[in-house]
Design a protein. Structure first.
Length: 67
């Protein structure tokens, strides 16, 4: 007998998790390309596209979940 997995529509938690995974991936890529031992706080802010406290209200690049 074959089991079938039914995928449901993504919910808000899925969207946030996907955004966090994407941001972590971007940080890992930046860290691997960096010449120095650690990324500076300014470089981390640049990679994460942090513009200030008001930008924390939404999830960068993932404000709308991609279905």
């Amino acid at each position: 007998m074959t089991q079938v997995v039914t995928l449901s529509a993504p919910n808000a938690q899925d969207c946030v998790a996907l955004a966090e995974i994407e941001l972590c991936g971007e940080l890992m890529i930046a860290a691997s390309a960096a010449g120095e031992e650690r990324l500076s706080p300014d470089r981390i802010d640049e990679v994460l596209d942090v513009r200030g406290a008001e930008s924390w209200a939404t999830v960068p690049r993932q404000a709308v979940c991609r279905g």
